[in-house]
Design a protein around this ligand. Sequence first.
Ligand code: HEM
Length: 204
Amino acid sequence: METQQKQQNTIEADATADPSFLGAAFREIFYSPMNLALLSIICFLVYKIVRDRCEGPGSRDSAQKPAEPQLPKLRRDFTIKELREYDGNQPDGRVLVAVNGNVYDVTKGKRFYGPGGPYATFAGRDASRNLATFSVVPNDKDEYDDLSDLNMMEMDSVRDWEMQFKEKYDFVGKLLRNGEQPTNYDNDSNDEDENIDDGSKKDN
Ligand code: HEM
C-alpha cells in the first residue's frame, strides 16, 4: 500500500516537473543564438535526409527527370590540344581527364569535373601534376608533361589517383607524347588494361 502511494507520488512529481523542464529547454534553445543556429542546421540536415529518401528511385520527382543519355564509348588517343576540347562545354557534354599518361572519360563524374564543378580545371586536361601537388590551378601548358621533376611521393600520389580513376571511369586511350603516333584501336580486344599505359610517364 505504502509502495503504491510512493509510486503515485513519483508519477505526480514527474507530471508537474515536465512542463517546467520543457520550458527550460525551450528557453535554453531559443534564447541562445548559438543553439538556434545548431538547431537550424539539424533541421536542415533532417529535411535533406527526408527529402532525399522521398526522391529515391521511382519517386514522382525522379520519374519526372529525364535520364542522362549515355554517350557512346570513346576509344582513341589524344594530343594535349585535342584533349582540351573535352571540357564538358561542347554540346554532348563529354568530359575527359588525363592522369599519368592515360585518358579517362569522367562524364559520369560531371558534378566534379563539369563546368562549375570543384575540379572543372581538370576537364580536358592532364590533371597529373595537379593531383600530385594537390592543386586545382588550371594547367594550361600545351606541351606534353613528362612529370620527370616530380619526386617519388608525388609520383606515388599520381599512381594512386590513377587507380581511383581506373576503377570508377572508362579508359579512353593514351595521352600522346610530342610526335607520338596514335594507336589504332579498330581491332581492340576490349581488354582495357591491355592498352593502359602502366604509368611510368618517363621520357623514352
Ligand atoms: C578543402 C579541400 C578539399 C575538400 C574538402 C575536398 C573534398 C572532397 C570530397 C568530399 C570528395 C568526394 C566526393 C564524393 O565522392 O562524393 C572529393 C573528391 C575528389 N577530390 Fe577533393 N577536396 C578537397 C581538395 C582537393 C584538391 C586540392 C584536389 C586536387 C588534387 C582534390 C581532388 C579530388 C578528386 C580528383 C576527387 C575525386 C572525384 C571523383 O570521384 O572523380 N580535392 N573531394
